[in-house]
Design a protein around this ligand. Structure first.
Ligand code: ADP
Length: 607
């Protein structure tokens, strides 16, 4: 029953998994090129070490011949006779060890540098992509490509070059030695050995598949635990501890069973292969002994033969493992390379800029239609028109999901409209330099703000990387944040984010405001928090915002209505376009959609 289950899983996965992207050799070449010299040296050393490995069985044979002769004749000086071949062998061991050390050092250097380059290039390429790309790809999978896939590719790369080269050289070389030593025994080996190695490879690949399935099962169990622990408040709030435990226990038991099966498989495999290997030795000695007794072979030859055939065995086994590694390396490499050559549709730089003193800060949305690339059938904006006059505050209100935040995203050029134009001072923003628009013209305050895991100082400076400390402090003062920041023992150096102090919602918002103000932007976009603050925090934040909006073109995406009553113009959105516009009082007296919204929100507030 369990097996059927496992098969179902694999089937399901084959269907849902993305098609494996193509492996692009020219991209690999770009990464390897800078390390080519070290790589060639590594290859030469690895080849040399393999060649020496081929000599070792022959030399061991010489040694054994000396011993055998001494045993037979009991004459001559044993020590002086054995000294020559022994020293030669010792020298060979030494050089072989040095070469091995050398090529492993070089190869890990090449591997690490190639991997580091890949990481940096991939990260740069990911950061360059459009917002739409991140809508379509899960962050976890992207991070996986940076970590697990590159790791896998690196180990495969190193293994294929070192082991592959060695194993192939040794197999070929030792086979030649075998043939030179005894064509008859070699004939026998040629029949038996590949059969055994083939059988071993088959069982091995089956076991690896089991192991992969078991690992996936472990990952699934971990996922359950991760989700439960990550959302522990929700789990507790619904008293779901028991059920989460059951879910986890089920997955863990399944993975336990799979790992036990795997363990059993490995045990049988080990046992069988021990028997097989020992039988080969026994068989060789038996057949070789027959040849020795008929004087067709010396004892030293038998020794050489034994050692050389062991080397062939080991090499063939590692070649069979390498096949799997090649497949895995290529598919993880392909996943890494997939996004390297991906060009964003919205280029981050290039295009014109308007000199600061002549920038007015007027924005026009003209006849904009838009659907999100991930939901092409669903038109969010339909021939949307709106003008943001310079230095005025415009608020957009409307039902949740009506497309308000989308308007802000289009202004930031997170997406380009399907049709229509967004204009800044009468110029199509697609002709303007995006880095300049985002970096200097528009300040974006998302009021459910994200702080990075660094100091408050660095978080505010995120808005303008070359800002001086004085500029940071002045922005913090404008944002009503200076007082609470200086009340921390470490002041501006207080660490925030994941591993730092926990700030209240209002404090985070004020830092986000400071972060936007430090750019001194001509246009400010406020995407209002959907969750309410307590009255006192709201007052401080509102005060900061009132100050921040002075002298700027401001677009407020209002998810609540209480904060925008002072706006110069309130636009009500419905069905992807603006249906009403006016001041608070005008709209109220009109008794349209806006007054409905107000009534509804009041009623909800009273509940
Ligand atoms: P509002 O700000 O008025 O609440 P939004 O602009 O956030 O509305 O969303 C408008 C519509 O677009 C909603 O139906 C929402 O589900 C959809 N939407 C928002 N963001 C995305 C996205 N990144 N990808 C696909 N659809 C989205």
């Amino acid at each position: 029953h369990c097996e059927a289950d496992v098969n179902n899983n694999t089937l399901g996965e084959v269907i849902t998994k993305d098609p494996v992207p193509e492996f692009k050799w020219h991209i690999l070449w770009e990464f390897v090129k800078p390390q080519l010299f070290a790589l060639i040296c590594a290859v030469v050393l690895a080849f040399g070490s393999a060649m020496l490995n081929i000599q070792i069985p022959l030399m061991l044979g010489d040694l054994v011949n000396v011993v055998a002769r001494y045993l037979r004749e009991h004459s001559g000086n044993y020590v002086s006779e054995i000294k020559g071949p022994a020293m030669k062998l010792l020298g060979l061991y030494g050089i072989q060890g040095l070469l091995t050390t050398g090529y492993i050092i070089l190869l890990s250097k090449v591997g690490e540098r190639v991997a580091a380059d890949m990481r940096k290039t991939l990260f740069a390429s990911l950061l360059r992509q459009d917002v739409a790309f991140f809508d379509a790809n899960k962050t976890g999978q992207l991070v996986n490509r940076l970590t697990a896939d590159i790791q896998e590719f690196k180990s495969s790369f190193k293994l294929i070059i070192s082991q592959g080269l060695r194993s192939i050289t040794q197999t070929v070389g030792c086979f030649v030695s075998l043939y030179v030593i005894s064509p008859k025994l070699t004939g026998l080996t040629v029949v038996v050995l590949p059969c055994l190695v083939g059988a071993g490879a088959l069982i091995g690949s089956f076991l690896r598949k089991l192991s992969r399935l078991a690992q996936e099962q472990v990952a699934k169990a971990t996922g359950v635990a991760d989700e439960a622990l990550g959302n522990v408040r929700t789990v507790k709030a619904f008293a779901m501890e028991e059920r989460e435990l059951q879910l986890y226990a089920y997955e863990v038991d399944k993975s336990c069973e799979m790992n036990e099966n795997l363990g059993g498989g490995i045990a049988v495999f080990q046992g069988l292969s021990n028997v097989a290997l020992n039988c080969i030795v026994l068989g060789t000695i038996f057949a070789g002994g027959t040849l020795i007794s008929s004087n067709e072979m010396s004892p030293g030859d038998l020794m050489s033969f034994l050692v050389a055939s062991q080397t062939v065995q080991r090499s063939l086994a590692s070649i069979s493992i390498l096949f799997g590694q090649v497949v895995r390396g290529i598919s993880s490499g392909a996943r890494v390379f997939e996004y390297l050559s991906l060009q964003p549709t919205i280029p981050l730089s290039g295009g014109g800029r308007i000199p600061y003193h002549s920038l007015i800060g007027r924005v026009d949305f003209m006849n904009i239609s838009f659907s999100y690339p991930t939901r092409p059938g669903h038109e969010v904006l339909k021939k949307f028109n709106l003008t943001l006059p310079p230095c005025k505050t415009i608020a957009i209100v409307g039902e949740s999901g009506g497309g308000k935040s989308t308007v802000a995203s289009l202004l930031e050029r997170f997406y380009d409209p399907t049709s229509g134009v967004v204009m800044l001072d009468g110029l199509d923003i697609r002709t303007l330099d995006l880095a300049w628009i985002r970096g200097q013209v528009i300040g974006f305050i998302n009021q459910e703000p994200v702080l990075f895991g660094s100091s408050i100082l660095e978080n505010i400076r995120f808005g303008k990387p070359d800002a001086t400390d004085a500029e940071v402090i002045s922005a913090a003062k404008q944002a009503n944040a200076h007082r609470f920041i200086t009340s921390f023992p470490d002041g501006y150096n207080t660490m925030v984010g994941e591993r730092g102090v926990t700030l209240s919602g209002g404090q985070k918002q004020r830092i986000a405001i400071a972060r936007a103000l430090i750019k001194n932007p001509s246009i400010l976009v406020l995407d209002e928090a959907t969750s309410a603050l307590d009255a006192e925090s709201e007052r401080v934040v509102q005060e900061a915002l009132d100050r921040a909006t002075k002298g700027r073109t401001v677009l407020i995406i209002a998810h609540r209505l209480s904060t925008i009553q002072g706006a110069d113009l309130i636009c009500v959105m419905s069905n992807g376009r603006i249906v009403e516009a006016g001041t608070h009082l005008e709209l109220l007296s009109k008794g349209g959609l806006y007054s409905d919204l107000i009534c509804r929100q009041r009623a909800e507030g009273q509940k």
